[in-house]
Design a protein around this ligand. Structure first.
Ligand code: AMP
Ligand code: MG
Length: 325
C-alpha cells in the first residue's frame, strides 16, 4: 500500500510517500516571511508555486510514478484557510480514481512520532510555529491537557528574533536555530505565565522586544527567553504526567529541535522516572510523510474516502476519533 501525503497547513508545502510503514520520500519547501508573522496569502502563493516541483521531487525520490499511488492523504486542518485549500485541491486532483483521506495535522504529528520512536501512550508536547499543546490519549481521543491561550511558542520565538536580531537582516531561516545559537548570556527576568494548565507567550514576547529596544544584550535576552518559555512548558508537561500516570513524553513539532528544551524535559523526566523521546528533526516539523503515515492508519481502520476537498481551519486534535490506538 503506497500512500502519498500532502502537507500545506501553514508555512510548509510538503509531499511524503509512505509504503506501509516505510518512508520512501519526504520533500518540502518552506515559506519564510521577511518580517512579522506569516501572511496567509503569501504562504498560499508560495504553495501554489512550489507544489508541482515538490511532487516531482518526491516521486523521483521514491522511484515511483503517480500510477503506483494507492491512496492520497491530505492535511485538512487545523491551519490557515488559503493554505489548506491548496493542499485539499491538489489532493483531489492527484486522487482522481483513488481513495482520498482527510488527516488532522496535529494527530499526524503525534502518529509519526509514536511510529518512529516506537512508543505507545505518551504525553505529547506539540510545540511548533502554529501550535502549542500538551496532549494525552484517553477514551478514544487525544485530549488536550494544556495549551497556549494566545500565540504558539514557535511563533513567539520567530517574532522575537525577527523584531530584534533579524530586524535588519533578510531572514533565511526560522528564529529557533538563531535563538538557540545566541542563547549564551545571563538570566534577565521576563514574564512567566502559566494559568492552571494553560500558557501565554505574548507578554514575554513583548517584554523581551521592549528590553532589546532599551539596550539589553541579545545574548542575555535569547537565553532568558528560551529558559522562561521552556520552563513554562516543562511545568505543564510534568503536571500532565502526574495527573495521567503516563510514563513517556514525546516531543513533536519544530521547536522539539531545540537542544535546550529537550534537556530540560529530560531532566524533569529523569527526576520522576519517566522517559523522554524526541521525533528526529526531519520528521519533527511540518512535512508530508506524517500525513501519509496517518493516511495509512486511517485507511486500515476503516476511515471513508472523500471527493469534496473539504478543510477545517479550526479542526482540533480532540475532535478526531483515534480508532488505531
Ligand atoms: P513547525 O511549525 O512544526 O514546522 O516548526 C517550526 C518552528 O520550530 C519555528 O517556529 C521555528 O522557529 C521552531 N524551531 C526550529 N528549530 C528550533 C530550535 N532549534 N529551537 C527552537 N525552536 C526551533
Ligand atoms: Mg505543525
Amino acid at each position: 500500500m503506497i500512500c502519498l501525503g500532502i502537507e500545506s497547513t501553514a508555512h510548509t508545502f510538503g509531499i511524503g510517500i509512505v509504503e506501509d510503514g516505510e518512508i520512501l520520500a519526504n520533500e518540502k519547501d518552506m515559506f519564510v516571511p521577511e518580517k512579522g508573522g506569516i501572511n496567509p496569502l503569501d504562504a498560499k502563493n508560495h504553495h501554489e508555486k512550489v507544489k508541482q516541483k515538490v511532487l516531482e521531487d518526491a516521486l523521483a525520490k521514491a522511484r515511483i510514478t503517480k500510477k503506483d499511488i494507492d491512496l492520497v492523504a491530505y492535511a485538512a486542518g487545523p491551519g490557515l484557510p488559503p493554505c489548506l485549500k491548496v493542499g485539499a485541491l491538489f489532493a483531489k486532483e492527484l486522487g482522481k480514481n483513488k481513495k482520498v483521506i482527510e488527516v488532522n495535522h496535529a494527530v499526524a504529528h503525534i502518529e509519526i512520532g509514536r511510529h518512529v520512536c516506537g512508543i505507545l501512550d505518551p504525553i505529547v508536547v506539540y510545540v511548533s510555529g502554529g501550535n502549542t499543546q500538551i496532549i494525552g490519549y484517553a477514551a478514544g481521543r487525544y485530549r488536550v491537557f494544556g495549551e497556549t491561550q494566545d500565540i504558539p511558542i514557535g511563533n513567539a520565538i520567530d517574532v522575537f528574533i525577527r523584531e530584534t536580531y533579524g530586524k535588519d537582516k533578510k531572514a533565511e531561516t526560522f528564529g529557533g536555530p538563531i535563538l538557540e545559537r545566541l542563547a549564551t548570556g545571563k538570566y534577565l527576568e521576563l514574564p512567566y505565565v502559566v494559568k492552571g494548565m494553560d500558557l501565554s507567550f505574548t507578554g514575554i514576547t513583548t517584554a523581551a522586544i521592549n528590553k532589546f529596544r532599551k539596550g539589553e544584550k541579545i545574548e542575555d535576552l535569547c537565553f532568558s527567553f528560551q529558559e522562561t518559555c521552556f520552563a513554562m512548558l516543562t511545568e505543564v508537561t510534568e503536571r500532565a504526567l502526574a495527573h495521567t500516570g503516563k510514563k513517556d513524553v514525546l516531543l513533536v513539532g519544530g521547536v522539539a529541535a531545540s537542544k535546550a528544551f529537550r534537556q530540560m524535559i529530560e531532566v524533569m523526566c529523569d527526576e520522576r522516572g519517566a522517559k523522554a523521546f524526541t521525533v528526529p528533526p526531519e520528521l519533527a516539523g511540518d512535512q508530508g510523510a506524517m500525513i501519509a503515515w496517518n493516511g495509512v492508519l486511517a485507511h486500515i481502520n476503516g476511515q471513508k474516502g472523500t471527493r469534496k476537498a473539504d478543510f477545517n481551519p479550526l479542526w482540533r486534535v480532540d475532535q478526531v476519533d483515534v480508532k488505531w490506538m
